[in-house]
Design a protein around this ligand. Structure first.
Ligand SMILES: [Zn+2]
Length: 443
C-alpha cells in the first residue's frame, strides 16, 4: 500500500489534504527549517542539562548525514526509525530482519551510534522484538500508553473519527503504574511511549494553542509523577518551532515538583535500567523484629523504605509514605519482615518480575506466610497471553505500591528522583523532497 492510500486510510481523506498543506509550511527544499527545529528542541533541553532522542529512517539519514552528525555532536541521541518509513505489521519476520539489517548498515556507514529502535506508526509485532534482539538493539520504544485526557464525547464527529483512527493505529494500552515503567523482554528493554503525541493533538484534534498544548503535556507529567513513572513525549521535529513554547511550559513543570524529575535521553534510561537490573536485597534476621539489610547496587540506586525504623543510617523524606535510605548497609526494626513473601508453588517468572520491579522477595513456608509485607501465592504465574500478563503485572504492582506495611524497595529512577521525562521525536523527513520520496521508498 502506498503512502497516499495509507494516509487516507489512517487519517481520512480530509485530514490528508490538510497534511499536504502543512508539509509545505513546515519543510523546505533545503535542510534549513528542519535544522532550526531540531536545534530549538536541543537548546530547550540544554537549559535543563539534558538532550533529546530522535529516531530517523535510514534512507533519510543517508541523505542528511552532515545534519545528523551535527545534532549528535550537540548531545542528541539518534535511534533507528526503520530503513524506510513503513509499517512492520505488514512485513514478515524475514522482511523485518532484512530491513532492520539494512538500516543498521546505513547507520554504521555514516558513523551514527545507535542503541534504540522506534517503528514508524509504532507498528511493532512479536517478530519485531526478536529482530531487534538479534540485531543487537539495547531497547525499543513502541509500546504506547494512552493518557486519558481528551473528552472524546465533546469532539465533533469528523475530529473524533480521526482521533479514534490514530488510537487504533497505535495499539495503545491503558495507563497504570506498571505500564509507565520500562521492562525487559529477554535482553531487550521496552521503553513505553506516551500518547496522544503532537501529531494527534495538532493535526487530528486541532489543538494548536501553545498554552493549551503545554498545559496538556504538564497534566500528563503531573499524572506520571504521581505514578512515579516515565513520560516519553513524542514531539516530531517538524512541529519543533510550533511547540517551542509548549515545550518550555512542560520543562518548567518538570522542574517544579517537590522531588526531582529525571530529564534524560532514552539511551540513558536504557543504560540505567540495565544497571538497575543487577541490584539485589539481602535481608537476614538478627533477632525477633530486627533485620540486617544489605543492598548490592551502584551508588546511583534509590533505596526506599516505608513504615520501618531504620537504624544507623541517614534517611531523607521522599514521596510519602516512603523515605530514602542513603547507605547500602543498615539494620531495621519492624513487626514483620520488610519484603514480599512468595509461596513455594509460585513460579520463577513471578520472582523474576518482582526482582525487576525492585522488590525484595523471600519464599515462605505455610506457617510463616503472615510475617511479610505481602504474601503472594500465584501458582498460575503471570498468564499465558501478553494482555493477561500486562493486567496481572499491573494489578500486582498496584497492590504492592499501595501497601500500608513495612517494605523496602529500589526506586525506579537514579539518585532519588521520583519520575522521568524523555523528549523524543521522529525525524520522518528533513526536506519536502524527503516527504514525497517516502511514497516511492515505501514501495
Ligand atoms: Zn515516523
Amino acid at each position: 500500500m502506498n503512502l497516499v492510500a495509507f494516509s487516507i486510510r489512517t487519517k481520512g481523506a480530509h485530514n490528508f489534504v490538510r497534511r499536504l498543506r502543512t508539509v509545505f509550511t513546515r519543510f523546505g527544499f533545503s535542510e534549513r527549517r528542519t535544522r532550526r527545529a531540531l536545534y530549538s528542541i536541543i537548546d530547550a533541553l540544554k537549559s535543563c542539562r539534558s538532550a533529546p532522542t530522535f529516531f530517523i529512517p535510514a534512507v533519510v539519514l543517508h541523505r542528511h548525514p552532515g545534519l545528523i552528525n551535527d545534532i549528535v555532536r550537540a548531545g542528541a541521541e539518534v535511534g533507528v526509525h526503520g530503513y524506510v518509513h513503513n509499517d512492520y505489521r505488514y512485513l514478515s519476520e524475514r522482511e523485518q530482519q532484512a530491513q532492520t539489517q539494512q538500516a543498521v548498515s546505513v547507520f554504521k556507514a555514516v558513523r551514527i551510534p545507535y542503541r534504540g529502535f522506534r517503528n514508524p506508526y509504532l507498528g511493532w509485532t512479536e517478530e519485531s522484538l526478536r529482530v531487534f534482539t538479534t540485531c543487537g538493539f539495547a531497547y525499543e520504544s513502541n509500546q504506547a500508553v494512552l493518557h486519558d485526557i481528551i473528552d472524546i464525547d465533546a469532539l465533533s464527529p469528523i475530529i473524533r473519527s480521526g482521533y479514534e483512527k490514530s488510537m487504533a493505529l497505535f495499539q495503545a494500552t491503558t495507563c497504570t503504574t506498571y505500564a509507565l515503567r520500562p521492562h525487559f523482554e529477554g535482553e531487550l528493554l521496552r521503553i513505553p511511549i506516551s500518547i496522544p503525541d503532537d501529531e494527534m493533538l495538532f493535526d487530528r484534534l486541532r489543538i494548536t494553542e501553545p498554552d493549551e498544548v503545554g498545559s496538556i503535556w504538564s497534566t500528563i507529567l503531573q499524572r506520571v509523577y504521581t505514578h512515579g513513572g516515565l513520560y516519553t513525549l513524542n514531539l516530531h521535529p517538524e512541529r519543533g518551532i510550533l511547540c517551542r513554547e509548549a515545550l518550555g511550559v512542560l520543562l518548567s513543570t518538570a522542574q517544579s515538583f517537590p522531588l526531582s524529575v529525571w530529564i534524560a535521553r532514552l539511551e540513558d534510561i536504557a543504560q540505567w535500567w540495565s544497571e538497575r537490573r543487577s541490584f539485589e536485597w539481602h535481608i537476614s534476621p538478627l533477632e525477633p523484629h530486627r533485620w540486617l539489610v544489605r543492598a548490592t547496587c551502584t551508588p546511583r540506586a534509590t533505596l526506599l523504605s516505608r513504615h520501618l525504623a531504620v537504624e544507623y543510617a541517614r534517611t531523607q523524606a521522599w514521596h510519602a509514605p516512603d523515605e530514602v535510605i542513603l547507605v547500602q548497609r543498615f539494620t531495621v526494626q519492624a513487626e514483620i519482615c520488610p519484603c514480599l513473601g512468595l509461596s513455594s508453588r509460585t513460579p520463577q517468572e513471578v520472582v523474576d518480575f518482582l526482582h525487576e520491579q525492585g522488590y525484595p522477595v523471600q519464599t515462605y513456608s505455610s506457617e510463616d506466610s503472615s510475617s511479610f509485607a505481602l504474601s503472594i501465592d500465584m501458582p498460575e504465574g503471570l498468564g499465558a497471553t501478553r494482555e493477561e500478563r500486562a493486567q496481572k503485572c499491573s494489578e500486582l504492582v498496584e497492590r504492592i505500591e499501595s501497601l500500608d506495611a513495612p517494605l523496602l524497595r529500589f526506586g525506579c529512577w537514579p539518585d532519588g528522583r521520583r519520575a522521568a521525562l524523555s523528549v523524543t521525536g521522529d525525524i520522518d523527513s528533513v526536506t519536502i523532497q524527503d516527504f514525497f520520496l517516502r511514497i516511492l521508498e515505501v514501495h
